[in-house]
Design a protein around this ligand. Structure first.
Ligand code: KG4
Ligand code: ZN
Length: 345
């Protein structure tokens, strides 16, 4: 929705609010410069239940949203009335959780008479890289690896991307979480698999999701996850003592090598010189170092958000809010939250 009455500034002050899952977050940016980013997480509470309980998440957001916004404004040294726009995640995510942040943002936009920007959470993950390097401009090849999505994208402009390929079944983060459960690790699973993998010494042969020399851009994680279950099960039946750290390490390699290869191959094939990435799995140290060195070897620039801006945060929501602000893409105050938003829409 374009609002012709809003005077578009070159470096607007934008408050971002994120509440799609278990992190209540707020951040302030001035243009692409990040001024503050605050998070109040209910992950510790959720870990008692082995995953995110939607009702607990919603209540935790309701308790935290006021405080987290206050903290973000305070540490940015910005007063409410100085804001030019407020951007909030409207989907995808847990409906009750989304509604807390979105409703809070609507209240602020209405009372301050500033535009509301409704942000697609996944586009937020992709925009996190823009805060890392204020000067980068598309085209990019972008690796998206989160809890719900895994894909390689051709980012043609800040507003348009083409999905080059993606997973046929589980997302990478989902696979990390499922393997964590199989290995007896607590929620949140991905980071715990990485920690255990660091102790792995021997690589166990797993039928990798990566098919060597394949030109296919489809990935599959369900076979890899089943292979991990089978390795554990067979060892148990034979009474063998198998190292869980070795399994974690082997899984991590199998899950990530393919993503790195496909991303770099795509950039070379398209003649695109910049690779970006976003999503929780991009916080993985092995993924970060592999992608950086593969890009170096191919002569590509690699721009990764800092680890803390890979997992859910509001800085990325403010960053995507800025892109939508420049397009005058403002939301009506009756916009509602959406549990699902297909990739590419
Ligand atoms: O992007 P994100 O915060 O949530 C979605 O929007 O989906 O990603 C969360 C996912 C979880 O599946 C989590 O296990 C995974 O990212 N993750 C990791 C790491 N940190 C978070 N996976 C592997 N290694 C990590 N260090
Ligand atoms: Zn996310």
């Amino acid at each position: 929705m374009y609002n012709p009455d809003v005077k578009i500034k070159s470096s607007p002050l934008i408050l971002g609010i994120e509440s799609s899952c278990d992190e209540t977050a707020a951040a302030v940016i001035c243009g692409r410069k990040l001024l503050s980013s605050e998070i109040i997480s209910s992950a510790a509470e959720q870990s008692k239940y082995g995953g995110v309980v939607p009702e607990i998440a919603s209540r935790a957001h309701a308790d935290a949203v006021d405080e987290v916004v206050f903290r973000a404004l305070k540490s940015a040294g910005v007063r409410l009335k100085e804001l030019d726009a407020v951007a909030a995640t409207y989907g995808a995510g847990l409906i009750g959780a989304l509604l807390v942040g979105l409703s809070f943002a609507k209240g602020l936009a209405y009372s301050l008479n500033i535009p509301l920007i409704a942000v697609n959470h996944i586009r937020g993950h992709l925009a996190a890289a823009y805060l890392e390097d204020e000067d980068i401009e598309p085209p990019f090849v972008t690796l998206l690896a989160s809890g719900g999505h895994t894909a390689v994208l051709h980012t043609k402009s800040l507003y348009e991307y083409e999905v080059l390929g993606g997973t046929s079944d589980d997302a990478a983060g989902e696979a990390f979480d499922k393997v964590a459960r199989v290995l007896g690790l607590s929620y949140p699973g991905g980071a715990n698999v990485e920690r255990l993998a660091a102790e792995g010494r021997n690589c166990i042969a797993l039928p990798s999701a990566y098919v060597k020399n394949s030109t296919s851009m489809r990935f599959s994680y369900s076979g890899l996850k089943t292979a991990v279950i089978n390795v554990l099960h067979n060892a148990e039946q034979r009474g063998e003592n198998i190292s869980r750290a070795d399994i974690a390490c082997s899984f991590q390699h199998a899950a990530i090598d393919m993503l790195v290869n496909k991303t770099v191959e795509s950039a070379k094939r398209l003649g695109v010189g910049v690779v970006t990435a976003g999503g929780g799995v991009v916080a993985n140290g092995y993924l970060r170092s592999s992608l950086k060195s593969a890009c170096d070897m191919a002569g590509l620039k690699c721009v990764l958000p800092e680890k803390k801006y890979c997992t859910d945060n509001a800085a990325m929501i403010a960053a995507e809010g800025l892109t939508q602000y420049f397009a005058g893409n403002f939301a009506p105050l009756d916009i509602t939250a959406r549990a699902q938003i297909p990739l590419g829409s």
